[in-house]
Structure formats: C-alpha cells, structure tokens
Design a protein around this ligand. Sequence first.
Ligand code: ADP
Ligand code: TRP
Length: 332
Amino acid sequence: MDRKISLTGIKPTGNLHIGNYFGAIKPALELSKTYDARYFIADYHALNSMKEPAGLHASIREVAAGWLAGGLDPERVIFYRQSSIPEVFELTTMIMAFTAKGLMNRAHAYKASVAENNEKGDDPDAGINMGLFTYPVLMAADIILFDSDVVPVGKDQVQHIEMAQDIAQAVNANYKQQVLKVPQAVTSEDTAVVPGLDGRKMSKSYGNTVPLFAPENQLHKCIMRIVTNSQGVEAPKDPDSSQIFLLYRLFASQEEQAALAARYRAGGMGWGEAKEELFRVVNRELGPIRERFNAIISDPEGLDRILAAGAEKARPIAAGVVKRFRKAAGID
Ligand code: ADP
Ligand code: TRP
C-alpha cells in the first residue's frame, strides 16, 4: 500500500526561532520518517506582509536552509517553493468557487486585524489586503494540491486546516465523488506552544524569540534576557512555573530535567545559574544545526538547485490533482 502523505509549509516572514523549530520543523521531519513528505516555503503567503524585496529574498533562503539544516533530506522529502508550482494558483481559483465568503470572515487572523482596526477607531478594512482575507484559500490549495493526508502545524494553524477540510468536502459533495482528499491537522502536545522570553507564546510579532541560528554569543545574551521574578538565590523555586525551566524541558533529557527540577525545589540555585544551564543545553542542540545552516546559506546556487529539483518532482503530482478536478468540473 502507498504510504500516507504529510505536507506542511513555512512562511518566510523573518528569522526562524526555536518556536518554529519545535512547533513546525522538528515534528514535520519526524513524520517524514513514516510518511511521504512534501514540505515547502510559502513565499506567496509571505508576500502579503513582506513588501521589501531584499528582506523577502533573504527570508526565503533562510527558511529553506533552516529546513535542510534541521535535517530535511531532499532525496526523501519533496522540498520546493510554493511560487515554483503554478498549479497552486490554478487550484486556488478553482476552490474559490466552493469557498463561502462567510468562512473567510471567521478566520482568526482576519478577525484579529478587523478587531485591531475597530479598537483604534479606524475603518474596519484598513491595511487589510485581499491576500490576507483569502489567505486560508491559498493555504487550502497548498494542502489539497498534493493529496495530503496529514498536515503537521502549530495549534494556531488548526483553523486553517479545518477550512481546507470544509472546502474539499464542499467540492466532493457537489460532484458526489471523492475528487479531493480531505486533510487532517496534526499537532504535537508537548511542544504545541513554545513559550517566549516574556512568557507569552514565542512569536516574532511579540519580539520575544530565541533565534534559531544566532551566533553563540548572541544566543547567550538572549537567554540572559529572560524575565524572572525577584526570588533570591537561596529561595526554593517552582520549576513548572518558570519560564526558564519550560524552555529547558525542550532541550534536556528526562534525567537532566528531573535533576534540575530537584535543584530548583531545593533552593540554592539563582536565576543566573538556571539560565546558564538552559544556555548549555540549547547550545548543545543548536550548535550543529547552526553550523550546517551557515554552510548551506553560503552556497546559494546549491540551495536553489535543491529547490528547483524539488519543484520538478512536485509539479507532475500537482498537475495530476488539477487534472482530476478539472475533469470532475467539466473543464477538460
Ligand atoms: P511567528 O508567530 O513567529 O510569526 P509563524 O506564524 O511564522 O511564527 O509560524 C511558523 C510555524 O511555526 C507555524 O507552523 C507555527 O505554528 C509554528 N510556531 C510559531 N511559533 C510557535 C510557538 N511559539 N510554538 C510552537 N509553534 C510555533
Ligand atoms: N499558514 C502557515 C503559517 O503561517 C504557513 C502555510 C502556508 C502552511 N501554506 C501551508 C502550513 C500549508 C501548512 C500547510 O505558519
């Protein structure tokens, strides 16, 4: 039997951080061991917010190199840029005809922008482009185009996958046959939300990130900036309510976690030392990834070749799904 298909994309809108790594890259690569994986850079999604060409160009390469440095094997995973697959945009147009406008009105990201405008007393549509409004349709096309079974994502993206399900089901119901595969979201419980330096969700929009590829000294500085309470060195500390410990858990073994939790509870360890312990395990895991990243990013032609080869493999699959849909629709 054919293996099931796992697909996901990352939007190149800035520097990758450890939330992206644990929430998106790592779980997706884990799935690529047992699924046929198709992973991509969602560069047209990024265009909605990235209007500065040099920044977008750099971010596309950074995300691509990030996937590879994290361990993506382009021989086993079909790895490409969304913008290299014209069928994505053809399918987007087709599924638009099956997408209720009301569904888009309910999308969290769009609603948040409207709410922000209302709060400021601005026009509700201020600063909202059609790319933002129709973002879930393009994303549904990304997913449906490759007959995806599962889509590994962070919790914030689950609503988009549900919309892709609604859209695929609307198409199938209309033609009374399974034209499009209905995808499922996969989120991993442990790392569903990686906390940021200030305790909120780590996100580049909050400026509370630990960058994935920062040089060692910057990484150290960043960890030293974590906000703590004023408990002194001698005070016993609760690991489970500590920002530092929550991050430590992502990088440390079970034994290390148990040992350090005991030291928190016993007292005698200050926040400075807790941060040094955190830095040690973070740097242990990210050091080798950073080295691979630096090697990949310094060979842009090699990187572009890998992405072009991925697009070559992806396009016939995409063309097959579009053809199937066109035939069902009577546009053949
Ligand atoms: P950001 O919030 O920094 O703008 P994105 O929205 O570009 O990040 O997220 C890219 C991917 O990384 C998505 O799959 C998202 O779910 C995941 N992700 C981002 N931040 C986190 C986090 N703090 N914890 C877990 N996953 C995250
Ligand atoms: N919207 C996703 C994000 O912001 C990125 C994305 C675009 C995506 N297309 C996708 C994720 C298809 C999974 C599947 O993180």
